[in-house]
Design a protein around this ligand. Structure first.
Ligand SMILES: [Zn+2]
Ligand SMILES: [Zn+2]
Length: 270
């Protein structure tokens, strides 16, 4: 379920429960799709995954309820707490035990959920994830739920820059994929015998000696598209870069290209 501005309220503890609000298309959530009978007002035992995020930065999983009860129609919160009152939230559509809810810290919100693609969630705020095409997304979400929230991304960017940009976090995680980095390095070593920055030519081994051997960073040339979270990475989409050039590439949003940084470097040094 895609929440807009209700994140804090959806995860605040109210006498042992969490009360989730989402705006469906129309008046009711079609709980028949979750297996409810026509006359049922609610259905229990549902895993509800909450997403949020501006479309520009990507839609990400922010948390979930396990063993939740989903109501067909809007329900009044029995006794709204201070946070709910402050935000004018008096109704809910999903309820769960507070212990069964997880709100991911901002730094762990890196599971992008594609919207405008086949199998993606589309523009609706309520998504049942039942189509064949969504299987892969569902598998990823289940993996995240099972592994919990300990998987911190190795992102050494300015935190505030990363926080507002889940797509950047996903990008950085993608280019830190250990297997791909290893394969890219092996390919470069085989072709050229060294790991030189494709922008400035810096060679860690040459400069630092033995302790620099085998070191370089790998940059992914393509920014994540709206459809992403799913695409496979090709070695030709990766570039060998030094740490300085890599930082400069990612310093701007959208990120610079290898060519642009190389050109700027050349111009500056004459
Ligand atoms: Zn460089
Ligand atoms: Zn990069």
């Amino acid at each position: 379920m895609h929440s807009v501005g209700h994140e804090v309220c959806n995860f605040t503890k109210n006498r042992g429960f969490v009360y989730g609000y989402v705006q469906p298309v129309g008046e009711a959530i079609n709980i028949d799709k979750l297996g409810a009978s026509r006359n049922d007002e609610k259905i229990e035992g549902v895993t509800v995954v909450w997403t949020a995020g501006p479309t520009s930065g990507g839609t990400v999983v922010v948390g979930w309820y396990e063993d939740a009860t989903v109501y067909r129609s809007l329900q009044p919160i029995p006794r709204p707490n201070a946070i709910q009152r402050k935000n004018g939230v008096e109704t809910y559509r999903v309820k769960a035990l507070w212990e069964r809810s997880v709100l991911l810290p901002v730094s762990n919100r890196h599971l992008l959920i594609p919207r405008a693609v086949k199998g993606g969630i589309g523009q609706s705020n309520v998504w049942f994830a039942a189509q064949k095409e969504s299987e892969q997304i569902v598998r990823r979400v289940i993996k995240l739920i099972n592994e919990g929230s300990t998987d911190l991304p190795d992102v050494d960017q300015v935190t505030s820059m990363v926080e507002g940009n889940p797509r950047l976090v996903a990008h950085l995680r993608r280019e830190r994929n250990a297997t791909l980095v290893k394969m890219k390095k092996a390919e470069a070593l085989k072709a050229t015998g060294k790991l030189c920055c494709e922008i400035c030519g810096f060679d860690f081994k040459l400069f630092y000696g033995a302790i620099g051997e085998g070191f370089c960073e790998v940059h992914h040339l393509l920014p994540l598209s709206k459809a992403d979270g799913i695409v496979e990475t090709d070695l030709k989409d990766l570039a060998i870069v030094c740490s300085n050039c890599h930082r400069i590439i990612h310093r701007s949003v959208p990120m610079s290209t290898i060519g642009a940084v190389a050109k700027s470097l050349r111009n500056h040094h004459g």
